[in-house]
Design a protein around this ligand. Structure first.
Ligand code: ADP
Length: 599
């Protein structure tokens, strides 16, 4: 049971390939036996002809049978493949039929079998074979590839026409006598049919290249080549009147039939095996067909030169026809090169484009990673700052709770009151720190939809909210009138301005003529500013003052969160903020905001 199971699953391979080996041995045996007989009957042409008239139809019949089995085995795999193989099989049957008719005429009726009714099926063979090849499913090709293989096919076909015309067709035409037009037509039909077969092979090479990599098709093509060779040898010898029937030379025909039969056996085998795309695809080294057109061009040119130097040799092709053929080949090759250049340019451009895109996305990635790293470290600093600064009032509270207990035990009531005051102020401070932290975290999350607001209105509102401090410090404020409309969360923008104006008023020092100037500069980009003539900031602190809870001087009022909040508000609007200041020379805070698209 197990053996049977193995046999049907995958063990079928070896058993089947045994079939191929047997077929191969059978073919070789037939070839050898015939050769021996032919040699043995060297002087008896009659007998030799009879032997061949029996062997040829039998071998052809076997080949046809094998091809039919191949077609049937292919049926379940691929519809088009199946139809192609069916054509090969029918073609072979017709050839076998031709053989049978020939033999009946030659041995049975003792008539000359050429020209005869046998020529009908014979000639049909070539046509059906071509159709079979053309029906093989073609692999996908781009427009460029299709054009190139078309031109390649053209070049090699022109070369084949030149050769067939010069050596087979034209010489045959030259021997014709006018008496029997049908016989003449049939005589010319054979070399033309061989040309058709050659064209089938050329089409196979350039259009169905993948199939040549498949061994059954390879065998079939080899069979066709042998047929062309056998036909050509026969015709050349017959033209010279030196053809002797049924000799070793006719073995080429036999080989051709055997190869067709072997192709069928192999196809039956491979039809059972699942198609592996990689195995059927030509390997990268499978490039020889690419050179074929150039080889043909060189040979055609050499042929032309040779014909010019051997005027004495009777060539059946006119020199200017030959020259025209060579010219056509050159023209097609030039067109092919132009197409290849165009294709290469396009491929190169596409590759370049792809490369640029990759570089751009790589840069983008790096940029994002850097930004993420910056955000992460900012976050870490933030958490550190918050927890650190929140702890100090807590420590104060817990310290003074200890003093409080001692003082209560001692009954030192005036100290108790002082302790309680300090504890209370620490708690208030902590509450403010927490409120500022909350405020900072809200920006970005709790935004109102942006609206178009004249920047002047924002300034005016901020000045109203800070009017008390401004008046009490005696600050004179000047606001530029010609300022653009911005596209912002109005409330947040006012909040930022309030913070900046308050800072300017707060850090005036002992300035006798305190002034604040609010305006904007348009130098490509629109930059707003709040300028004062207060105590200024040492440049070494320009970065740190934007950090949460950072204060230059701890004795000043405020938590040190103001500028951190302002910076956050500007940044969620997509703007930037920076400072220009020197100690004792006032301070200017610059920032950008999105402008209204209507202005
Ligand atoms: P706060 O004002 O609550 O201390 P800010 O974040 O607003 O906190 O400011 C941080 C520090 O920057 C302030 O403590 C102050 O030392 C300095 N500063 C801010 N604005 C000005 C200014 N206009 N002139 C001088 N120093 C300033």
């Amino acid at each position: 049971m197990k053996q049977g199971y193995d046999g049907s699953e995958e063990g079928g391979g070896p058993r089947r390939s045994l079939n191929f080996r047997r077929a191969l041995m059978l073919g070789a045996a037939i070839l050898i036996v015939r050769s021996i007989i032919v040699l043995y009957l060297e002087d008896q042409e009659q007998q030799r002809v009879i032997v061949d008239d029996i062997i040829f139809p039998v071998v052809n019949g076997l080949a046809a049978l094998s091809l039919f089995r191949a077609a049937r085995a292919t049926r379940s795999q691929d519809e088009r493949m199946y139809i192609a193989w069916a054509f090969f099989a029918v073609a072979q049957v017709l050839y076998a039929l031709g053989d049978v008719l020939w033999s009946i005429l030659e041995i049975g009726l003792k008539e000359t079998p050429f020209p005869s009714i046998a020529d009908g099926p014979y000639l049909a063979y070539y046509l059906l074979f071509l159709i079979g090849i053309l029906l093989l499913p073609a692999p996908y090709q781009s427009t460029f590839e299709r054009l190139k293989s078309l031109l390649d096919t053209g070049v090699v076909t022109i070369f084949a026409i030149l050769i067939f015309w010069s050596f087979l067709i034209a010489p045959t035409v030259a021997t014709l006598e006018e008496s029997d037009p049908l016989a003449n037509a049939i005589a010319v039909a054979y070399p033309v049919a061989d040309l058709v077969l050659a064209f089938a092979l050329i089409a196979l090479i350039f259009r169905k290249i993948e199939h040549i990599a498949q061994r059954p098709i390879m065998l079939l093509a080899a069979g066709a080549i042998f047929l062309i060779v056998a036909d050509s040898i026969f015709m050349i010898k017959a033209l010279r009147g030196v053809y002797v029937p049924a000799t070793l030379g006719d073995s080429f025909w036999l080989i051709s039939y055997i190869l067709a039969g072997l192709a069928g056996v192999l196809q039956v085998e491979s039809a059972g095996v699942p198609v592996r795309a990689s195995a059927d695809r030509p390997s990268p080294g499978f490039t020889w067909p690419l050179y074929l057109p150039y080889v043909c061009a060189i040979f055609a040119y050499a042929f032309l030169i040779w014909s010019m130097e051997h005027e004495d040799v009777n060539l059946y092709i006119r020199q200017h026809h030959l020259a025209a053929g060579v010219g056509m080949i050159i023209l097609l090759i030039v067109i092919r090169q132009v197409i290849a250049i165009k294709e290469n340019t396009m491929l190169y451009a596409a590759a370049q484009h792809e490369l640029h895109q990759r570089i751009a996305s790589e840069r983008e990635k790096e940029h994002l990673i850097k930004e993420l790293e910056a955000r992460t470290s900012e976050m870490e600093r933030f958490i550190y700052t918050v927890s650190h600064d929140l702890r100090s009032p807590l420590i104060t509270v817990s310290g003074f709770l200890g003093f409080l207990r001692d003082d209560i035990e001692k009954g030192a009531w005036d100290k108790v009151r002082k302790d309680l005051d300090i504890i209370e102020s620490s708690i208030t401070k902590m509450d403010r720190l927490l409120q500022d932290t909350l405020e900072l975290s809200r920006i970005g999350r709790m935004m109102n939809p942006p609206e178009d607001v004249p920047f002047y209105d924002i300034v005016k509102e901020a000045l109203e909210q800070t009017s008390e401090r401004i008046r009490s410090r005696g600050v004179s404020v000047s606001v530029a009138e010609d300022m653009p409309v911005v596209h912002v969360d109005r409330m947040r923008a006012v909040e930022a301005l309030v913070n900046l104006i308050e800072n300017s008023a707060k850090y005036m020092g002992d300035q006798s003529d305190p002034r604040i100037e609010i305006g904007c500069m348009r130098d490509g980009e629109t930059v707003f500013y709040v300028r004062d003539n207060g105590i200024g900031i040492d440049p070494k602190n320009h970065q740190r003052i934007f950090e949460l809870f950072y204060k230059v001087d701890n004795r000043t009022e405020g938590t040190g969160a103001g500028l951190a909040i302002v910076k956050r508000i500007i940044e969620v609007h997509g703007g930037r903020i920076w400072i220009e200041s020197e100690l004792g020379k006032g301070c200017t805070v610059f920032f950008t905001l999105p402008l209204s698209e209507k202005t």
